[in-house]
Design a protein around this ligand. Structure first.
Ligand SMILES: Nc1nc2c(ncn2[C@@H]2O[C@H](COP(=O)(O)OP(=O)(O)OP(=O)(O)O)[C@@H](O)[C@H]2O)c(=O)[nH]1
Length: 178
């Protein structure tokens, strides 16, 4: 999967620094998703920083993923680094219906943060492989996420089985570079 990430990044990225904020409730699958991309190493600030690794991404690219469970204090947590964010991945657990109200509030909060104004956002409805998972349509009806003047997307995913991982990276790559 690292090779897939490299392919998309080299295809779409023409400038050298992209920083993706990966956010979503505990156990929604953020680290599983990242591990499918070959990104496993978190530092003490819960960041994954990939500097110019020829094996994973083109040499002129720096990619940082910030991984957090809640957006409500993200300004304070990231401080000035929030201005570096160029794309947002919001990961939710489709089997956890009780979290959807929180998700709705989280998304509203995220799109109202001025520093994130130009960052595209993709909502990933993870764990679609499980029989108790709500469909993307059902989730959409609860979270009612349709931001105006923003590039956004929502899709189903099973990070555990790779389903939707490539599509998600492709979408965020295109959205950040176009
Ligand atoms: N069935 C299924 N299980 C998944 C999927 N994605 C993640 N999991 C499982 O869900 C649990 C939590 O996954 P993590 O990737 O650790 O979730 P996280 O969002 O990084 O969790 P926090 O560190 O608590 O924020 C693990 O047991 C994963 O194996 C999926 O698509 N399907």
């Amino acid at each position: 999967m690292g090779a897939i990430l490299e392919l998309f990044l080299s295809k779409f990225f023409t400038v050298s620094r992209y920083h993706i904020l990966i956010i979503g409730p505990a156990s929604s699958g953020k680290k599983t998703f990242l591990s499918k991309l070959g990104l496993n190493d978190h530092n003490s600030n819960n960041e994954i920083i990939v500097y110019n690794t020829n094996t994973l991404i083109p040499a002129d690219l720096t990619l940082t993923s910030f991984v957090y469970t809640s957006s409500f204090q993200i300004n304070q947590i990231l401080e000035d680094r929030i201005n570096e964010v160029t794309g947002i991945i919001y990961m939710l657990d489709s089997t956890n219906a009780s979290q959807l109200k929180l998700t709705k509030a989280e998304l509203k909060n995220l799109i109202n943060i001025p520093a994130l104004e130009n960052s595209p956002i993709i909502v990933l409805c993870n764990k679609q492989d499980l029989p108790t998972a709500k469909s993307v349509r059902e989730i959409e009806m609860v979270i009612k996420f349709e931001p105006e003047n923003k590039k956004w997307n929502i899709q189903g995913m099973s990070a555990a089985s790779d389903d939707g991982v490539t599509e998600a990276i492709e979408w965020i790559s295109r959205a950040m570079t176009n």
